[in-house]
Design a protein around this ligand. Structure first.
Ligand code: BJW
Ligand code: ZN
Length: 261
């Protein structure tokens, strides 16, 4: 982006011809909606150690503490709305033959904003399942089961359907995200510190497979040196501005089935 608030001619012309666009998002994407990020100045990790909260052993040792944290976040997320960045990405989806978002976020904001092809790499805070038998529970069902909810069928501990450290990512979502990165003409990495793997390898993969890769973040990250362009700024401000200058592309009419890469 230059001083006039316009984006590089290279990016605009790449987008013009792009059949396949992939997007990878992290916590910074939702920061302007009021969701705290994990790391950095306002990061929640400052208050909570990730190893105490975001791994299975810690959950088995102290499920009450982990549930307090997730209930707090469920409550927070239920009350928030997508920001201008989420809506801009939803608006870009119909401009390309193939467009998908691989998100590390568990907050549902891309879907709420109207994006259709979304690969949730780290789960979704709106779902819960039993560690004993795998049965799924809604939040409404959970509310009847107390502070440390146990499965009514097998008495196993119920946990949020999110991916903790040391756990595998959901295979179908991961495979689709890898395909999207490998085939993208243009790839965006937005609002992520790029330190948690394997998710952080997606933009690197896109780059090595030949995509033009653009990073958007309020500061440089471990990934910045690999990117073709680094845009420093808030995604909720940069993305709507990009949408204004966005080429129409193939303009798939809304209402067609969602495409995956
Ligand atoms: C803005 C902005 C604005 C702000 N606009 N930008 C050594 C020991 C143990 C494990 C490992 C190890 N080395 C590697 C590993 C693997 C591990 C890992 O990567 N660890 C590293 C941290 C070292 N990974 C895993 O364990 C993964 N699984 C795995 O590898 O499976 C294979 C395996 C199996 C068995 C055994 C071993 C391996 C799983 C990772 C799961 C991550 N889970 C979490 C919690 C999810 C649930 C929940 O939310 O509660 O996912 S951790 C947390 O980090 C969350 C996030 O999705 C993830 C990434 O964070 P993100 O999104 O990048 O957020 P931040 O806060 O870091 O960054 C925000 C950015 O936004 C910043 O850059 C800001 O500047 C920017 N920003 N405002 C634009 N307005
Ligand atoms: Zn069960």
């Amino acid at each position: 982006m230059n001083g006039n608030g316009s984006f590089s001619p290279e990016l605009i012309s790449r987008l013009e011809g792009a059949e396949r666009v992939g997007v990878f998002t992290g916590a910074g994407m939702s920061a302007e909606s009021g969701v705290p990020t994990f790391r950095g100045e306002d990061g929640i990790w400052k208050k909570f150690k990730p190893e105490e909260l975001a791994n299975f052993d810690a959950f088995m040792r102290n499920p009450q503490l982990v549930w307090e944290w997730y209930n707090h976040r469920k409550h927070l997320i239920a009350g928030i709305e997508p920001n201008a960045g989420h809506y801009a990405l939803a608006g870009m989806e119909s401009r390309h033959r193939y467009f998908s978002i691989a998100t590390q976020n568990i907050d549902n904001l891309h879907r709420k904003a109207g994006s259709r092809t979304i690969h949730e790499l780290h789960g979704n805070i709106g779902r819960n399942y039993c560690t004993g038998c795998g049965a799924y529970y809604t939040d409404a069902q959970l509310a009847l089961l107390g502070n440390v909810p146990k499965c009514s069928a097998c008495r196993g501990l119920i946990r949020p359907d999110v991916v903790w450290f040391g756990e595998m990512l959901p295979v179908d979502e991961w495979d689709a995200a890898v395909r999207a990165a490998e085939r993208a003409d243009v790839y965006f990495s937005i609002g992520t510190s790029s330190v948690v793997y394997p998710a952080a390898s997606l933009p690197v993969l896109a780059k090595s497979a030949g995509a033009y890769v653009v990073e958007m973040n309020i500061e440089r990250t471990d990934f910045s040196r690999h990117a073709d362009e680094v845009m420093i700024g808030k995604s909720g401000e940069l993305l709507p501005r990009l949408l204004e200058q966005y080429p129409r592309g193939t303009d798939i009419p809304v209402g067609q089935p969602p495409y995956t890469l």
